[in-house]
Design a protein around this ligand. Sequence first.
Ligand SMILES: *[C@@H]1O[C@H](CO)[C@@H](O)[C@H](O)[C@H]1NC(C)=O
Ligand SMILES: *[C@@H]1O[C@H](CO)[C@@H](O)[C@H](O)[C@H]1NC(C)=O
Ligand SMILES: *[C@@H]1O[C@H](CO)[C@@H](O)[C@H](O)[C@H]1NC(C)=O
Ligand SMILES: *[C@@H]1O[C@H](CO)[C@@H](O)[C@H](O)[C@H]1NC(C)=O
Ligand SMILES: *[C@@H]1O[C@H](CO)[C@@H](O)[C@H](O)[C@H]1NC(C)=O
Length: 333
Amino acid sequence: MEIPSKSPLLLVSLLLFSFMFLPLSLHAICNPNDKEVLLQIQEAAGNPPDMVSAWNLANDCCSSWAINCNSDGRVTYFFAFRSNRNFELPSRIGNLEFLQSFTFVGLHGLIGTIPPSIKRLKYLEQLAIYECSLNGTIPNFLGQMKSLKRIDLNSNQLSGSIPHSLGHLPNLTELDLSVNKLTGHIAKSFGLLKNLEKLVLSFNQLSGSIPKSLRNLNLSYIDLSRNNLRGDASFLLGPGKTSLGIFYLRSNKFSFNFSNIEIPSSLGGFDVSFNKIYGSLPPSITKPFYEDGFNVSYNRLCGPIPNGLQYLDDAASAFIGNKCLCGSPLPPC
Ligand SMILES: *[C@@H]1O[C@H](CO)[C@@H](O)[C@H](O)[C@H]1NC(C)=O
Ligand SMILES: *[C@@H]1O[C@H](CO)[C@@H](O)[C@H](O)[C@H]1NC(C)=O
Ligand SMILES: *[C@@H]1O[C@H](CO)[C@@H](O)[C@H](O)[C@H]1NC(C)=O
Ligand SMILES: *[C@@H]1O[C@H](CO)[C@@H](O)[C@H](O)[C@H]1NC(C)=O
Ligand SMILES: *[C@@H]1O[C@H](CO)[C@@H](O)[C@H](O)[C@H]1NC(C)=O
């Protein structure tokens, strides 16, 4: 539009006019089909007050804090939390085809399985449905959703084994399947997850040994506690593991010789209690501080405790229940 330069009054009113509408033009108007899917989920969930106010579907959903849209008004992010009424995810969820981030937390009434229509979400980077009540298996098709970076399905009722296909997600950085009822083995294909930083499979019923292919990963966070895993896990440690911060293997059946293992100096949390680890404590285990805990209790370790670990709070309890560990904070050798 051409603004007549000789009419300052008109210019001022034009400016005022556009400022009045500026807040609306900052975000797109919600696509009606996307809004329909959101409404369907909200109604299925029994219109829980938290969801109703967070999604603000009565107005324009794109203006709510729990939903983001792209410039065409297509939903790219949605977040829901806290509801108790039982409901299942409608299959139309696959119509939110521009979704990048799907985050549902603490919807204890969210039952049923992960719907197959999810595989149509071809831009999905984050699938986070945790502290809900999903059951059934983790679908194989997740392994075909190559855009996924983060999968967090912790604290549901998922059963069956973890699909091998997940090992073929090139950009996966975080996998958290803890606190479910998963069985079977950890797939060899997980060694292909070159970008994986965080692997959390604790509180399941996984069995077998950790595939040697995981030796190649550069993980910063490993929690495999409370499963039925056995065999060697020492190859997850070693001098090359310069990013490793958390190493939790508590309550499994791991069995390996600890004597010559090099503990990365980056480690802030180390808990391998309640396993069948033997040999002696390696000198590299001494560190000024383990801010996220240290515990080697209830294994089959032997020999003197290296100097420099006695600072631990309640230190003796971190070493008890072994075959013949000795020296401070335990009784002398
Ligand atoms: C999942 O839960 C529903 C009801 O909550 C039940 O009918 C169904 O059998 C369960 N499926 C599995 C595989 O446990
Ligand atoms: C993986 O991430 C890279 C870098 O962010 C990106 O360019 C690529 O498109 C992603 N791959 C897929 C399949 O999304
Ligand atoms: C591992 O990741 C860290 C950062 O997280 C990086 O500094 C380091 O170079 C990586 N090492 C390898 C072998 O990729
Ligand atoms: C563990 O390894 C050390 C060093 O290689 C060796 O001396 C020791 O005998 C081994 N312990 C057991 C119980 O095999
Ligand atoms: C180590 O684990 C044992 C067994 O659960 C527990 O009793 C003890 O308090 C723990 N000690 C430390 C220092 O975490």
